[in-house]
Design a protein around this ligand. Structure first.
Ligand code: MG
Ligand code: ZN
Length: 224
């Protein structure tokens, strides 16, 4: 029974994800699972985020990629620790892959761990990898129909960055409609229209991250 097998895989994955999360939570580390299509700007958002926050927070990155280490090399140039996971063509990360690289990261004093998932709006949303929250990047060049077509990745997100708003005049993307659709799928989500090229609109995103890192630290200090 194929359906039963899939349910078992997801159960096992959830157990491992809980282990990964417990390991990181004990250290007060806020862990973010960053999702979005190929080319939506996940790595560009990471570069901006690192540049903005690295003087106040200790950050590390795990880069998921099908085959290459191109994104990891971009992050390494920012001077933060980065570990690469190559899925060998696999279209998503799972908790076991993340567990497998934790030992190669120095977790001492770490505040924020960001995991860039494989570029894909479908199955990465189905696999928890030990994160405290997911964030999804949607670029205006992808079209505003994507939230309703791929609802899970928007439903599970704590934040959505609508990227490349500098290109809005050159597209037919309807920002108001996209925002409304995302909010209809996920009324609690924080939505940040932004440009990772110009930096416009990213202050709110940095604030969202800062607040979560601070809350995680406070919870760890209380032994929660
Ligand atoms: Mg990338
Ligand atoms: Zn997949």
């Amino acid at each position: 029974m194929e359906i039963k097998v899939m349910a078992n895989i997801l159960d096992k994955n959830d157990q491992l994800a809980a282990e990964v999360n417990a390991h990181l939570s004990r250290r007060g580390i806020f862990t973010l699972n960053l999702l979005g299509s190929p080319g939506s700007g996940k790595t560009a958002l990471l570069e901006r985020t690192i540049a903005a926050l690295k003087d106040e927070l200790k950050l590390a990155v795990i880069e998921g990629d099908l085959f290459t280490d191109k994104d990891a090399a971009r992050i390494a140039r920012q001077g933060v620790p980065v570990v690469q996971i190559n899925t060998g063509g696999g279209c998503h990360l799972d908790a076991n892959m993340v567990k497998g690289v934790l030992a190669s990261l120095d977790l001492d004093g770490l505040d924020l761990l960001i995991i860039e998932n494989v570029g894909n709006l479908v199955c990465p949303a189905e696999f928890n990898i030990g994160e405290d929250a997911k964030a999804t990047v949607l670029s205006v060049t992808e079209g505003e129909d994507k939230p309703l077509k791929y609802p899970l990745v928007f439903k599970q997100a704590g934040a959505v960055v609508v990227n490349k708003i500098d290109l809005l005049p050159y597209t037919s993307f309807d920002l108001a409609a996209a925002t409304e659709d995302i909010a209809s799928i996920n009324p609690q989500v924080a939505i940040f229209p932004a440009s990772c090229r110009t930096g416009e609109g990213l202050e709110g995103w940095y604030g969202w991250l800062r607040a979560r890192v601070a809350a995680k630290k406070a919870a760890a200090a209380k032994g929660e």
